[in-house]
Ligand binder design. Structure first.
Ligand code: FA5
Length: 327
């Protein structure tokens, strides 16, 4: 076959191949038509041996065909339709990293479920609280030394304690907010964030969570308080946990106690508790000659620390994924 016809056939074959090609054939077609060992390259090599009068026209034709095929391949490569045709968007990609609830949130959820089983519902109060609710109504007047214990972050100073605000130092103000809105029998828990201006260390954070509990009814005694706390602590820490009830003082309970748990060779304070001071019941609009009640306020991080043997509370507020991933 004459060289001219061979060249024309190569072009026709390239056009036909490209018509039925898909994107993944591109590399093979480049090799087939433009590669060093392609029919086109062989033909072009033969041209230089032709007599002078044929070499010129055939050389030009050969180059034109080569450029045409290159242009066709480039155009084909640029055709996005072919690329999209070949992509399967339903193939699963790299598995995304799944997050989960923070251990504090998990524990609050667990405690809400536990207390729901005992007939307690959940109450809430504001994190920016008035001085009146955080202190006065809880029987902590302005000159009371207990205020030093709960040195705090003030937000605004108003004309009186009802108009001065602070970041609440404990969840106990929720007791008053709830009592003033409802009548006994009362059975609530109030989990939430609390704030104290204090030096941080392995067991103290200036932002931490408490879970408040309040039960008010006729005939509530210290026995009820002990039974509820015992059941809660065993629910979280297991039946073998070693705890102690230690006499203490809070202006809003009488008598008052602290509950400690044995942790890493020492007693770790878990919560304060006691029988609601009659003055506080009256401040909540409840007749203290008819009703009695108990209350407690537990540090949520502390009970998680005891459960998982976490020795530094600051882990809860960091972004150390090795720590957080374990829960
Ligand atoms: C109170 O806050 C009382 N409102 C508790 C209470 C409620 C007593 C109802 C009686 C009746 P206290 O300051 O002891 O008490 O704090 C209670 C618990 O919060 C502590 O036992 C501890 O578990 C936790 N806690 C206190 N301060 C911190 C802190 N800086 N970081 C982490 N946890 C803390």
């Amino acid at each position: 076959m004459a060289l001219r016809d061979i060249l024309k056939e190569i072009l026709a074959a390239a056009e036909a191949d490209l018509k039925s090609a898909t994107f993944k054939d591109l590399e093979q077609l480049k090799i087939k038509y433009l590669g060093r060992k392609s029919a086109l390259s062989l033909a072009l090599r033969q041209i230089k041996d032709l007599p002078d009068d044929e070499r010129g026209p055939l050389g030009r034709l050969g180059n034109e065909i080569k450029q045409k095929i290159s242009a066709m391949l480039e155009q084909f490569a640029a055709g996005q339709d072919h690329i999209v045709d070949d992509l399967d968007f339903t193939i699963p990609g790299i598995e995304p990293l799944m997050g989960h609830l923070h251990p504090i949130t998990q524990t609050i959820g667990d405690l809400i479920d536990f207390f729901a089983g005992l007939g307690f519902s959940v109450a809430e109060g504001p994190e920016v609280e008035t001085e009146e609710y955080n202190f006065d109504l809880l029987n902590i007047p302005p000159d009371h030394p207990a205020r030093d214990m709960w040195d705090t972050f003030w937000v605004s100073r108003g004309k009186d304690s009802a108009h001065s605000t602070l970041l609440r130092t404990h969840t106990s103000p929720v007791q008053l907010r709830y009592m003033r809105e409802s009548k006994p029998p009362i059975r609530i828990i109030a989990p939430g964030r609390t704030f104290r201006y204090e030096a941080e260390d392995a067991t103290h954070s200036s932002v931490f969570y408490q879970l408040e509990g309040l039960m008010v009814d006729k005939g509530i005694t210290l026995g009820h308080l002990k039974a509820v706390i015992d059941a809660m602590v065993k629910h979280i820490l297991g039946d073998d946990v070693k705890t102690r009830l230690r006499p203490s003082y809070f202006p809003f309970t009488e008598p008052s106690f602290e509950v400690d748990v044995w942790f890493e060779g020492r007693w770790l304070e878990l919560m304060g508790c006691g029988m609601v001071n009659p003055k506080v019941l009256e401040n909540g609009g409840i007749d203290s000659s008819v009703y009695t009640g108990f209350a407690f306020g537990m540090g949520i991080e502390r009970i998680i620390m005891a459960k998982y043997k976490i020795t530094d509370i600051r882990n809860f507020y960091g972004t150390n994924f090795d720590f957080l991933k374990q829960f």
